[in-house]
Design a binder for this molecule. Structure first.
Ligand code: ADP
Ligand code: MG
Length: 225
């Protein structure tokens, strides 16, 4: 396993952390400029080249470090908009986080045609969620329990999945989602990219990573002192 440690307080080297260096479409480069994403954050600079090259990733970084774009750009790059199948699934610990992630992916996807993103969380009835799934979606963002419910009832199929993201994985474990994550991951095709983001690296995360990631690269953002 390769580990890359990035000092959090490292001054950005001039010109070395631009999104321009990444293999992204001109439309995506344009969107990033419109959003005024000029330089990559340290976690983005460390993880994007690896994730865009197709590696599985364990990325350790805290809240506010720009993790969403670190997994959204790789999953959007691989997406086929003409194929109405769920090609990416992002698991988040709470509804609030799932909604934030959906919103950020939507912003980043605005240069791509007709990308449909559905947010599936507990606490609301299944029926409208089932109805929107029937119309098809490219990306699903949601909480593990509700995603598991849809898989059990057959309203969500993941056969066409190419990217699985576990966002804030340590918080999901704190909330008791370990078994649900195992259930969901075991319904994903084995040939896929898995990206795991976590602020800390407890035993449960190591177990998840061992079970569900393939030869992962590890990217760690050091604490700021
Ligand atoms: P995290 O998931 O690590 O908590 P987010 O992905 O939610 O962080 O990003 C935090 C904020 O920073 C968001 O408002 C996002 O739009 C913004 N952001 C992310 N990456 C960049 C960037 N490279 N340049 C400017 N703003 C960014
Ligand atoms: Mg986040």
């Amino acid at each position: 396993m390769t580990e890359i440690h990035i000092p959090a307080n490292e001054a950005p080297a001039p010109g070395s952390k631009s999104f321009r260096e990444l293999p992204l479409s001109p439309a995506m480069q344009e969107t990033l400029q419109q959003l005024e994403y000029l330089e990559m954050t340290p976690i983005q600079a460390a993880s994007l080249p690896l994730a865009l090259a197709g590696h599985d990733l364990i990325a350790q970084a805290k809240t506010g470090s720009g993790k969403t774009a670190a997994f959204a750009l790789p999953l959007l790059t691989k997406l086929n908009p003409r194929w109405f199948a769920v090609q990416a699934l992002v698991l988040c610990p709470t509804r609030e986080l799932a909604e934030q992630v959906s919103q950020e992916i939507r912003r980043l996807a605005r240069g791509q045609d007709n990308i449909k993103i559905i947010t599936l969380c507990g606490g609301t009835t299944m029926r409208p969620q089932r109805a929107s799934l029937e119309h098809g979606a490219h990306i699903v963002v949601g909480t593990p329990g509700r995603i598991m419910d849809h898989l059990e009832r057959g309203s969500l199929q993941l056969d066409g999945l190419s990217t699985l993201v576990l966002d804030e994985a340590d918080r999901m474990l704190d909330m008791g989602f370990f078994d649900d994550i195992v259930y969901v991951a075991s319904h994903c095709p084995p040939r896929r990219q898995t990206l795991l983001f976590s602020a800390t690296y407890p035993d449960g995360i190591a177990r998840l990573a061992q079970q569900f990631l393939r030869d992962p690269q590890t990217v760690k953002l050091a604490e700021q002192h």
